[in-house]
Design a protein around this ligand. Structure first.
Ligand SMILES: [Zn+2]
Length: 392
């Protein structure tokens, strides 16, 4: 592809448009739980139609529209999909925000608000990339699809439904906030619920009961050690993690508690053996069992979302790498620490997928979330560069 064409396209993508678009997107709340994506879906639908894409809404459920914008309204291979989610996590306690979470406020080159980093900045980059290509009427030997989906933050049904309804691509970029780092993999999640039983007694005669909280605390201490062992073993490399997220037990201070329940979140690296992880958990429990006669415990798996990985030599990775290097940005390849829709695209539909987008994961899901406009612009430039190089 002629370099001057690429330059013309990327010169079309400017900070003013990016700032305005992200700010507009933040001003349309799409909190989930709540499943409240209809307004933002309508907005991106209109926006994509206006720039000349062929747009359709594909419902996951009544009131839960995914929006798909296609560069061409005909079969044209190969296909590049840019994928992003419309929903955000809830705003939470507004008093903890120092800035209006749905104000779309712009300050010092950043747009603030819920969803700015996760991932309305990414949605804006997707739109800006397609807009620049359309404005210059760039002819593509293939198709570019913008897939904007519902419910990523909870079930992932949006992307799954699009795949079930036959939407396909040869390569995809999940435009989640990666701080412009490139990820060829992401971790999986395995959750457990552990219940330990004891025996109630009056708190003034505790020796007549069995305190379930004490028993559980032994398990918790061993789980903490399990995490520390990962940190020691991997020394700053991407590593598996384990964390106890909740604990419930007892009814009153003056009653020896007869049950205690914890929930455990285990992040899984691509290639890790899930059966071995379950064995590790059972081993920890058996260690406590050794010192506790009549130990009653149950372990229940409550969630599994698989990790995914592609080779760093796959074409989509090379295309992103070339684009990044051309803009003199640093190419840094790591594993995305959270899960995302890559797992459906790759594991269910065999679409070669990378994760790359504007905004920092550390800012997602917290108060005073923001995205840097410059990152939104750079991501849009890189998406358009990849589209041109892949579909030239
Ligand atoms: Zn996200």
């Amino acid at each position: 592809m002629d370099k001057s064409i690429i330059n013309e396209v990327i010169n079309r993508i400017d900070n003013y448009d990016a700032e305005k678009l992200v700010s507009q997107l933040v001003r349309i709340p799409s909190e989930n739980p709540g499943g409240n994506e209809e307004d933002i879906a309508e907005f991106v639908n209109e926006k994509m139609e206006k720039i000349g894409l062929n747009v359709k809404k594909i419902l996951s459920k009544p009131g839960r529209p995914n929006v798909v914008g296609q560069y061409y309204n005909r079969e044209n291979k190969p296909v590049l999909m840019l994928n992003g989610h419309l929903d955000t996590v809830p705003i939470g306690n507004r008093d903890l925000w120092s800035i209006d979470p749905i104000g779309g406020i712009v300050k010092e080159g950043k747009v603030y608000g819920r969803g700015s980093a996760d991932m309305k900045g990414g949605l804006a980059s997707m739109i800006l990339a397609a807009k620049a290509l359309k404005e210059l009427d760039i002819s593509l030997a293939g198709n570019l699809i913008l897939a904007m989906v519902v419910d990523e933050e909870i079930t992932g049904m949006g992307t799954r439904d699009l795949l079930n309804k036959g939407i396909r691509a040869d390569a995809a970029i999940v435009c989640e906030g990666t701080n412009l780092k490139v990820h060829n993999s992401h971790k999986g999640i395995l959750n457990f619920e552990v219940t330990v039983l004891g025996k109630s007694a009056h708190a003034s005669i505790p020796h007549q009961g069995v305190n379930a909280i004490y028993r559980m605390s032994k398990i918790c201490m061993l789980l903490e050690k399990y995490q520390k062992d990962f940190e020691k073993k991997y020394r700053g490399q991407d590593h598996p993690t384990i964390s106890v997220g909740t604990i419930q037990g007892g009814i009153k201070a003056n009653v020896v508690p007869n049950s205690c329940i914890i929930t455990i979140d285990r992040r899984v690296l691509p290639g890790e053996d899930v059966d071995k992880i379950k064995e590790d958990i059972n081993f920890i429990i058996s260690e406590v069992n050794k010192e506790e006669p009549d130990f009653k415990v149950t372990v229940r798996e409550t969630l599994y979302a698989e990790p995914s990985i592609i080779s760093e030599n796959e074409r989509i990775m090379t295309l992103i790498r070339n684009a990044i290097e051309e803009f003199n940005l640093k190419f840094k390849l790591t594993s995305y620490p959270a899960t995302c829709d890559m797992r459906y695209l790759l594991n269910h539909a065999n679409i070669s997928t990378a994760i790359f987008g504007p905004g920092k994961l550390e800012l997602a899901h917290i108060e005073d979330e923001y995205v840097e406009i410059e990152q939104v612009v750079n991501a849009a430039k890189i998406y358009s560069h990849v589209a041109i190089s892949m579909l030239k």
